[in-house]
Design a protein around this ligand. Structure first.
Ligand code: PLP
Length: 367
């Protein structure tokens, strides 16, 4: 019997969120971003469901290879491209499309040994200042790539938005305009991440690259995921493993950072930072015990958290405790813990059992 924490992955919600992307960007093709183990949800299971998109996007060549080896046939884009000698050939053999964000990657392509033709995207730094070639270098690069014999079609142009989660920030529109101004006639463009797709029509280009919204989290403080019509995909759950009657003045957990203001019951739930629950979640961060909200109190330990049960006199040992997901948004927990949903979702550790629910394309319910 498995009694530890579980991450329930709702594939119907995943499909509904993909449908929402389609409604926002009906003329765009969709790279569903599944890097980092599909934001912690399980790469192969999520990719199988999201193969209803037009393509999948990963950060690294080895993530793309895993998808191909699992039999996924749709286009796969490697967002960081090939970095090291040999990676171009591996990518080409696995029909991975490559981003080219620096001159060295073009040289790698030119020096690569015989391999099947591949498709590339020039990643342009239009204002993020992380990866990307400078806009003024693009025309010469396009000419250079035209002389490269092992490419399929002309390169696409892509860029990544730095501030699209702040819709009032003018940088996003400037980034979109910079990329569009560089595009030769007929070149495919890719701009929008989730925030771009939701807030900026100019970012809804030939291809868009949604990540976090597919998993049911809002890229904005407002509107919330629920207001946007997004459904949570991961529900992180555990159980109450102890209920302790404590006295007024008793200090709870390591360093005794929270002190009982009266005689009261404290619940202990079997989940902690060893499972990926954020250690820096402060007292007051909400959880759901048997479906009702209660605040976490004291420090998060490796395997346990403590919960103030004063509002819930009737809960019992073994009752389910939901940390985020259905009924309590991961965005609310992230805000309370001073981080973002992306980090919480990606950091759920392997000892948390993933259970895949809803209509699944394969028999892959539990890994
Ligand atoms: C290049 C690129 N495109 C798209 C995405 C997806 O972004 P989001 O999860 O905010 O939709 C990411 C994620 O970090 C990215 O790095």
């Amino acid at each position: 019997m498995f009694t530890g924490p579980r991450a329930l992955i709702d594939h119907d919600a995943l499909r509904a969120n993909l449908a929402l992307v389609r409604r926002h960007a009906p003329a765009s093709r969709i790279w569903a971003v599944v890097k980092a183990d599909a934001y912690g949800h399980g790469l192969l299971e999520v990719a199988a469901t999201l193969s209803q998109a037009h393509g999948l996007a990963v950060a690294r060549v080895e993530e793309g290879v895993r998808l191909r080896e699992a039999g996924l046939g749709l286009p796969i884009l490697v967002l960081e491209g090939a970095i090291f000698p040999g990676e171009v050939e591996v990518a080409a053999r696995h029909r991975l499309e490559l981003a080219l964000h620096q001159e060295e990657q073009v040289a790698l392509l030119e020096q690569s040994r015989a391999h099947p033709p591949l498709r590339v995207w020039i990643k342009v730094d239009t204002g993020m200042h992380r990866l990307g070639v400078q806009p003024e270098a693009v025309p010469a690069l396009i000419d250079r790539l035209a002389r490269c014999s092992r490419l399929v079609g002309p390169p696409g142009l892509m860029t990544h938005l730095a501030n699209a989660d702040c819709p009032e920030d003018g940088l996003t529109l400037r980034q979109c305009e910079r990329l569009r101004a560089l595009a030769p006639p007929g070149a495919l463009l890719s701009i929008g991440n989730s925030a771009g797709i939701l807030a900026f029509p100019a970012a809804r280009t030939d291809w868009v690259r949604p990540g976090i919204m597919l998993y049911g989290s809002s890229p904005f403080a407002r509107p919330t995921a629920a207001e946007l019509g997004l459904r949570p995909v991961m529900t992180l759950q555990t159980r109450l493993i102890a209920i302790k009657p404590l006295r007024r003045g008793d200090a709870v957990g390591y360093a005794g950072t929270w002190v009982c203001p009266e005689d009261m019951a404290i619940g202990v739930a079997g989940i902690g930072y060893g499972d990926g629950y954020p250690r820096h979640a402060p007292s007051g961060t909400p959880v759901l015990v048997a479906g009702r909200r209660a605040p976490l109190v004291g420090r998060v330990s490796m395997d346990m958290i403590s919960i103030d049960l004063r509002g819930l006199p009737d809960v019992k040992l073994g009752d389910p405790v939901t940390l985020w997901g259905k009924g309590i948004s991961v965005d609310e927990i992230a805000a309370s813990a001073g981080t973002i949903s992306y980090e919480l979702l990606c950091r759920v550790t392997p000892r948390v059992r993933r259970e895949h629910l809803g209509a699944l394309p394969r028999e892959r319910r539990v890994l």
